[in-house]
Design a protein around this ligand. Structure first.
Ligand code: SF4
Length: 260
């Protein structure tokens, strides 16, 4: 049995990201040092020019890291750094995974931590959109395996809301609040759906692996992730906390009142 019981630890991803940043600084300095003499021979100003460019990138990335750590500590995220911080956590994620692997940290723990950090940054941006610009996507495994209805293309029309799985409740929620709702069988269909609907925000329901890749796939589109619940193991008759999904959606919609 597989369930979401351990709380995501944001500091794990923050630590790996900070370490990734240190590696990046070291790498940038090494490149600059190695190329120094060669560039000097071409033109005396080139090492300085390269140094300024590298320093600017390192400085901006460093500000992103500081912004992210501040956001995790609950400090308000400066408007100027919101997009940058969001970009940073997405761009340095593969490096963090690589470092985690070297250090023997479980990949799922890193992914869970990444989702928690990404969601927190998302919430601190206070993004609000009308219902018709919000896309909610969920994996096919949320549908009861024995259900005979084909809901991947048209869940609103084809789901009978029999109560056999959580799709029915999501269809009702979509009807009540007016957001776009689709069930996808994989990353390709998810990307096609995003292309077709052209939302301003995506709310994705999935496991750690699919959420991390999905959040990065739709970047720079802001995305918030809700982890599914897997009482029957991965990818089979999964569930989701409908109350959590509802709260997340109400916090995003411009014309909705948030519930406690
Ligand atoms: S709620 Fe919809 S998708 Fe789920 S089992 Fe019933 S008809 Fe099928």
């Amino acid at each position: 049995m597989e369930q979401n019981i351990d709380r995501p630890r944001k500091r794990l991803f923050v630590a790996l990201l900070s370490l990734s940043f240190c590696c990046m600084v070291l790498f940038a300095y090494t490149v600059w040092r190695i190329t120094y003499l060669g560039l000097m021979e071409i033109n005396g100003y080139l090492p300085l020019l390269l140094g300024v460019c590298v320093a600017a990138i390192v400085l901006l990335t460093g500000l992103g890291v500081v912004g992210m750590v501040g956001a995790i500590l609950g400090l308000p995220l400066l408007h100027a750094f919101q997009k940058q911080t969001y970009a940073l956590i997405n761009l340095l994620f593969p490096v963090a995974i690589m470092l985690g692997k070297i250090l023997g940290v479980d990949r799922r723990k890193i992914e869970r931590s990444f989702i928690a950090v990404s969601n927190q940054i998302f919430h601190q941006r206070h993004i609000k959109v009308p219902a018709d610009r919000l896309l909610v996507v969920t994996p096919h495994c949320l549908q009861r395996a024995a259900c005979p209805y084909k809901i991947t293309r048209d869940p609103m029309g084809n789901c009978r809301r029999c109560g056999g799985c959580d799709i029915g409740a999501l269809v009702s929620l979509a009807e009540e609040l007016g957001f776009h709702f689709f069930v996808v069988t994989g990353g390709t269909l998810a990307r096609q759906t995003v292309k077709k609907i052209r939302p301003k925000v995506v709310l994705a329901i999935a496991c750690e692996r699919d959420l991390t890749s999905g959040i990065q796939d739709v970047y720079p589109l802001p995305a918030v992730g809700v982890l599914n619940i897997r009482p029957n193991g991965p990818c089979y008759n999964t569930h989701v906390d409908i109350g959590q999904v509802r709260r997340e959606i109400l916090a995003i919609l411009t014309d909705a009142k948030e519930e406690n």
